[in-house]
Write a protein that binds this ligand. Structure first.
Ligand code: VGL
Ligand code: ZN
Length: 205
């Protein structure tokens, strides 16, 4: 069975949001059109406590865009975003929410970040997404959302290691592109790991 995983389609990642992904809003109509063709739709939701370690504001003297070492992991520092129970953390209003069966929060532990919808960045705890998809009999995951080279990429790589056939719907994704070429490199990395790159028109006529 096919499932769609919508990654972090939240107000803070849309233009005007705290961690806006350029033209991120353009994926919403693509997503809504695609959803009608899938039996099972799940979503991930970046859902941080206000004192989260990924926020530059919680590291005096540090700025967003800098990297630090945290328990052996490299952590990019971000502006405050997707704080639990705020408007910024809410799923995009124009999204067809009625089609989403279950939402998986991530990044809820203040001490570790979580780009993937399956595990935190240290692969210490599961969000339950993999178990849920297996229980539902899913074989193939179609992944769309924000941002291509962070949460989409890590969700796709984990979907592969969790043994799902994994497809990225590229026109349903947008990247941050902090450094030129980041998005392109992330696509190559996904391809090399066995993730299939597809476009929505190949799925929906
Ligand atoms: C994301 C940075 C920080 C994402 C989430 O959804 O790609 N990026 N938190
Ligand atoms: Zn985050």
């Amino acid at each position: 069975m096919n499932a769609v995983i919508l990654v972090d389609l939240q107000n803070d990642f849309l233009p005007g949001g705290a961690l806006a992904v350029p033209t991120g809003d353009e994926v919403i109509p693509v997503v809504n059109r695609l959803l009608r063709h899938f039996e099972l739709v799940v979503a991930t939701q970046d859902w941080h406590p206000v004192n989260h370690v990924s926020f530059a504001a919680n590291h005096p003297g540090r700025l967003a865009g800098e990297e630090i070492e945290l328990s052996g992991l490299t952590q990019m520092l971000w502006p405050i975003h997707c704080v639990q129970d705020t408007y910024g953390a809410s799923l995009a209003a124009d999204l067809d929410l009625s089609r989403i069966r279950r939402v998986f929060p991530k990044g809820t532990d203040r001490l570790i970040d979580s780009y993937s919808g399956f595990f935190d960045n240290g692969h210490l705890k599961s969000t339950g997404l993999g178990e849920f998809l297996r229980f539902e009999g899913v074989s193939d995951c179609y992944i769309l959302g924000l941002a291509t080279e962070y949460c989409v990429k890590f969700t796709a790589l984990d979907a592969r290691t969790e043994d799902f056939e994994t497809h990225i719907v590229l026109d349903g994704c947008r990247g941050v592109e902090l450094a030129a070429g980041d998005v392109e490199r992330s696509i190559e990395e996904m391809s090399k790991s066995g993730v299939k790159i597809v476009y929505s028109h190949e799925i929906v006529e």
